[in-house]
Design a protein around this ligand. Structure first.
Ligand code: FES
Ligand SMILES: [Fe+2]
Length: 373
């Protein structure tokens, strides 16, 4: 799992004044809105006795731990310890990690890492979001598989005729023509010619009135750390899926999806669009959950690649480089889920680097790379 990236953690319309727990990279975070409406993201681990702040209450712009009521502000600094006499000073070590947060494309993004602002990789651009021609639906599903297996599945055009033969895949046309990959440090995409069958149901009604092309261009893309795009140009219009594969742990993934379409843009067709997305995911889920080894190998030669696997190979190469750079976090210290609660370690936030004088003020150790080899 990669740290030092912006992670979309939740749909923005789900975050209000009530604290909300979210999980990513095997760590719990608490999100809430301050009075001015901005979203705060803190480590969900109280430095006193490890209480979950997400079970606490938000007053003014602070969150109070449910156990002994310590109050933390948006910077993660404890500003009140109710059991202490008023004149007693709050220890400098009474602080937790706070993560930079922005709202974009209807999602709350938190920067999970300690890089200063200028060095942070960008949030991908989703041009359809602000395009009035497009309508968006939200969808989510948890799967019992590693997030990188889920990510690779979406950019993998060759599985479509087999896994999605009854939806948008065409079992009679399994060949993938060669494609060119456009790559940056943070993304890769390719236009691939596919021959999907005519859509059925509601979308089919419209499709039957349009000329049927021999093949359609599908654009598959990945954006680090965990986002994939699928742009299908149907005869009736464009459909784009942006999947956020959120690693709850190394073995469990919360897939959140923004699904855009520029046809049937009334709210009445949202349910139908969501059902189609669900159908695709339910076709992928058993296959991805069955893959072994569960975790994506680091060594490229541990699995066999062919020409049509180009996007996945580009992804594996790039994550290997970042792993060498120290951006990989292992699972050895994970304290959520079923793993043993041995130690309380967290992803280090930028404040740790910004203020070297605070170096000794962090009680929770920073998570470092586990070396799975
Ligand atoms: S555990 Fe949070 S205040 Fe004691
Ligand atoms: Fe799929």
């Amino acid at each position: 799992m990669l740290k030092n990236f912006w992670y979309a953690l939740e749909f923005a319309d789900r975050i209000g004044r009530q604290p909300r727990k979210v999980t990513c990279l095997g760590q719990d975070f608490v999100l809430f809105r301050t009075r001015s409406g901005t979203v705060t993201c803190l480590s969900d681990l109280c430095v006193h006795r490890g209480g979950a702040l997400s079970m606490g209450t938000v007053t003014d712009d602070c969150i109070a731990c449910p156990y002994h009521g310590w109050q933390y502000n948006s910077e993660g600094v404890c500003v009140k310890i109710p059991a202490n006499a008023e004149e007693r000073k709050i220890p400098r070590k009474a602080r937790i990690d706070a993560y930079p947060t922005v709202e974009r494309y209807g999602m709350v993004w938190a920067f999970l890492g300690d890089l200063p602002e200028a060095e942070r990789p960008p949030i991908p651009v989703i041009p359809e979001h602000d395009d009035p021609e497009f309508r968006v639906v939200q969808f989510e599903m948890e799967i019992d598989a590693n997030y990188e297996r889920a990510l690779e599945n979406v950019v993998d055009a060759a599985h479509t005729p087999f896994v999605h033969g009854t939806s948008f895949g065409n079992p009679d046309k399994p060949e993938i023509p060669d494609f060119r990959i456009r790559q940056t440090d943070w993304s890769a995409e390719a236009d691939i010619q596919l021959s999907p069958p005519l859509p059925t149901g509601l979308w089919g009604l419209l499709a039957r009135r349009r000329p049927r092309p021999e093949s359609v261009t599908v654009t598959n893309a990945w954006y680090l750390p965990n986002i994939v795009k699928l742009h299908i140009r149907l005869p009736i219009g464009d459909m784009l899926l942006y999947d956020f594969n959120i690693p709850l742990s190394q073995e469990r993934t919360l897939v959140k999806i923004l699904g855009y379409r520029n046809f049937f843009t009334g709210a009445w067709a949202d349910g139908n669009a969501r059902k189609r997305i669900e159908k695709i995911l339910l076709q992928d889920r058993p296959v991805v959950e069955s893959q072994r080894p569960e975790l994506l190998p680091f060594d490229l030669s541990d699995e066999l690649h062919v020409r049509s696997d180009g996007l996945q190979v580009a992804y594996r190469r790039r994550r290997l480089e970042l792993r060498k750079q120290g951006w990989w976090v292992g699972d050895d210290d994970i304290i959520t889920g079923d793993s043993p609660r041995r130690t309380a370690t967290v992803i280090a936030s930028p404040a740790r680097r910004d203020n070297p004088e605070l170096a000794s003020a962090w009680v929770h150790k920073a998570r470092t790379g586990g070396n799975p080899e």
